[in-house]
Ligand binder design. Structure first.
Ligand code: ZN
Length: 355
């Protein structure tokens, strides 16, 4: 049991047997024996392993085991296996804490995820995706206005949203997967808010569309269309931009980005797929953006990042009702007791939570 936990933590940290052995100051053979369960490490070794692997000792004794299924990665082809394993390890670790907390709470205030009823069984064209996103907005009582807190909206519907900073170099956008029958969407924590929102909506698209897409449609294109349509319904896009346009002022797109949390580049794309601008204008605008470097870094204010709140809310709920201790709360949030106490004192402004 402890052995497989050590192995899981080691893989999540991206360390080889030898690298971990060097960090702890024991042989790779010993580590291998611990991982295989041939030898049980004593408490001082466990402490050293926990330090080297950047986990708490409790991690090795956790009984909940989760694994990811039906994993869908954005741009996964570019990512080395080792990095994927690190991301998966971090996600699994976070989901384990989540599920441990859910087991402690007598009644989870979050209902399980259900795909809204009445969606078509088959999607035969990209345009049909517009009806699907409108249907979902109706089923979830979202109206047609901008969705301010997308993370909270999805969490309320039973989708776990996990942010990861397992990789710092921004190679990773996000992924969707199933964990014990429940959907999880993972998003890189370091991206600007508009990019995170597009990723969240894109991954939701995968969850909703995966079994419905006609085989002649490309799933990535479909998930992107879903994201644009979910964040800005067609009717809203027409209202904001008009039916036909020959050019956009950048400032106009800045304003819309701020209102909808959709990037300026994504607005261009959205206007094109809805026929508001033609191919030639779209191309001209893309060239113009490229010339100014706006395809990489957009001008105007950054859209603030998405912040998962539900997990922390539930931890404090459990603490308030005496279901868990202060140190358990800290462990669940992945914080030292000192950092946890700082957060518990609500007048403390800066939070350091890596949920
Ligand atoms: Zn995708």
């Amino acid at each position: 049991m402890i052995g497989s936990r050590i192995k899981q933590a080691r893989r999540a940290s991206g360390l080889s047997l030898r690298e971990l052995a060097d960090k702890v100051g024991i042989s790779a053979m010993s580590i291998s024996k611990y991982e295989n369960g041939q030898v049980t490490p004593n408490s001082s070794i466990l402490l050293a392993l926990a330090r080297a692997l950047n986990v708490r000792v409790e991690y090795f004794f956790r009984t909940i085991q989760v694994s990811l299924h039906e994993v869908e990665y954005r741009k996964h082809a570019k990512l080395p296996k080792k990095i994927l394993r690190q991301i998966e390890g971090d996600v699994i670790e976070q989901v384990e804490r989540y599920m441990e907390l859910e087991e402690i709470l007598p009644v989870s205030p979050i209902s399980p995820f259900v795909v809204p009823k009445g969606l078509p069984a088959r999607v035969n064209s990209y345009d049909e995706i517009e009806h699907i996103t409108n249907h979902i907005r109706d089923a979830w009582d979202l109206g047609r206005n901008p969705i301010q807190d997308l993370t909270g909206t999805l969490e309320e519907r039973g989708i776990k949203i996990i942010q990861t900073n397992a990789v710092h170099d921004m190679q990773f956008d996000g992924l969707a997967a199933m964990v014990n029958g429940n959907p999880v969407i993972v998003v890189g924590s370091e991206w600007p808010g508009d990019r995170q929102r597009f990723t969240l909506a894109h991954e939701l698209g995968h969850l909703i569309l995966k079994e419905r897409l006609n085989r002649k449609l490309e799933e990535e294109t479909a998930a992107n269309r879903f994201a644009g349509a979910f964040l800005v319904p067609a009717a809203e896009a027409y209202k904001e931009l008009g039916r036909k346009r020959t050019w956009f002022e950048p400032r106009e797109l800045c304003v819309l980005k701020k209102a909808y949390g959709l990037s300026m580049n994504a607005w261009l794309h959205r206007a094109h797929e809805l026929g508001i601008i033609n191919d030639a204008t779209h191309l001209e605008l893309i060239k113009y953006f490229r010339k100014l470097g706006w395809h990489k870094q957009e001008p105007c204010d950054k859209y603030s990042r998405e912040e998962p709140q539900v997990f922390m809310q539930l931890v404090f709920h459990a603490l308030a009702e005496d279901l868990i201790s202060e140190s358990k709360s800290a462990e669940l949030l992945g914080l030292s007791i000192t950092d946890f106490r700082a957060i518990r004192k609500v007048d403390h402004v800066k939070t350091v939570v890596n949920q």
